[in-house]
Design a protein around this ligand. Sequence first.
Ligand code: NM2
Length: 544
Amino acid sequence: MKTNLIDWPTFIGALLLLLLVTIPLMIFPEEGAAVVNMANDFMTGNFGVLYLIMGLVVFAFLLFVAFSKNGHVKLGEENEDREFGTFSWAAMLFAAGIGSSILYWGMIEWAYYYQGPPFGLQAESQAALEWAPTYGIFHWGPIAWAIYTLPALPIAYFYYVRKKPVLKVSEAVRPVLGRLVDGPLGNIIDVLFMFGLMGGAGTTLALGTPMISEGINEITGIPATIGLNTAVMLICTGIFAFSAYSGLKKGIKFLSDINLWLTLFILGFVFFVGPTLFISETTFTSIGLILDNFFQMATWLEPLGTIGAYQETGFPEAWTVFYWAWWLVYAPFVGLFVARISRGRTIREMILGTMIYGTIGCILFFGILGNFGLYLQLTGSFDVIGFMGENGAPAAIIAILTQLPFANVIVALFTILAIIFLATTFDSSSYILAAVVQKEVQSEPLRWNRLFWAFTLSFLPLVLMYIGDLETLQTASIVAGFPVIFIMLLLAWSFMRASNEDIRASKNYEPPTIFIDRKENMEHLKRKRRRTAMEALQDKNIDG
Ligand code: NM2
């Protein structure tokens, strides 16, 4: 077992932080739950506005970069082709950034909004009905994907333009912090990022597991207890651990491929066998509603709720703030993957691609799965809300699926899909956690190190599942996400600083002043920008 490759301060720091949070929760579950919920209220009540500002600023920033001179920079050599075609690029992007949670929330988020609508609307009213299938799409829409994309900018830039492989967040902020990242500050940044990711993955695993258990229960009759949950989680870790350990890289690739086809099959099946027209019309209407109310949704914080007679609903904190935090904790990690697959694209293509394709993918899940459930509810053929009130959301999700023809097959496929989603989340998160605690990564992080983090990852969600309701699970992301807001700022700043420096340093960059043919001129400009940024780097000999 090689241990001299390990960056021990970061390794131990992250582990300690995790234990510090989970052990007291294990020993005092009740008091623990109370403290966690207090922390949640404190964070979202006082800092909710910061999360929402972060969301909008990141969104605006990325659009700005996409259309600025920095957006023209190509990730790779000037004449290099894209490494992956757009379809597989988008599929991989989705596989990296999205896990089993989309099956969960895609199916059932509308039911929460129908019962507890935004903007102080009456529960289960006509107006609530319009927002119910809409808000989920917003929470998985362009702002969310912008949050995901931001860390990919500096990372991809260092990877392909400065040719410095970056597997650590601390490395990606070097242009701003300089040598400081070699000291404790660098360790702190990495530990906070790891803690964030463990919180985010904790929310994912703790949500996904009971849903899988319910699926297993439906097929086999084994009761969906906490014991089954534990077994499911260990099996998912085990599947992944086995493939990681035996070096079965093909295994994971194989799983991801099955994932894609299963997803397409299930979505297609529900769409065509279910109420096709209702699904299409409701989804389309939701898109219009979002476009019309985009800024209102992105900024609504219910300030009147804290004073006066307005009845506070807690909607923004429970949902929008929670979601931005959840996307945030995954963002640096997804950024690493997005960067990896984007060779040969320009920064602009990478930004617009993630925001557009990511959003479209989520619309498909929410539009199809969610509106199928909504249809059952409205037509009275199955009372989803009543069932959920009695049996909980995971059981309701599976029960919705049983309303389809060939119910057993569909539930089985859905459950398998969720298991694969969960196993691939384990796979990629533990890869990154292991990479961050190594001083250098040759082709892969050390095996024992990966396994260690895979099992460590299941620790927090196990505890959370044991003590918690939904609010507790959401808190993991919100609390762990807070420091990541500042890391995001550093990442954006780093990218701008590095790429502006490079562009400025390119001596022979002179935009032509005579406009002969606009199109030709633009092409010429583009070529020059790309080339000169590259040359500048060669001149500077990539000092990092
Ligand atoms: N996000 C996309 O569980 C998952 O699907 C992983 C969750 C951040 C809401 C990501």
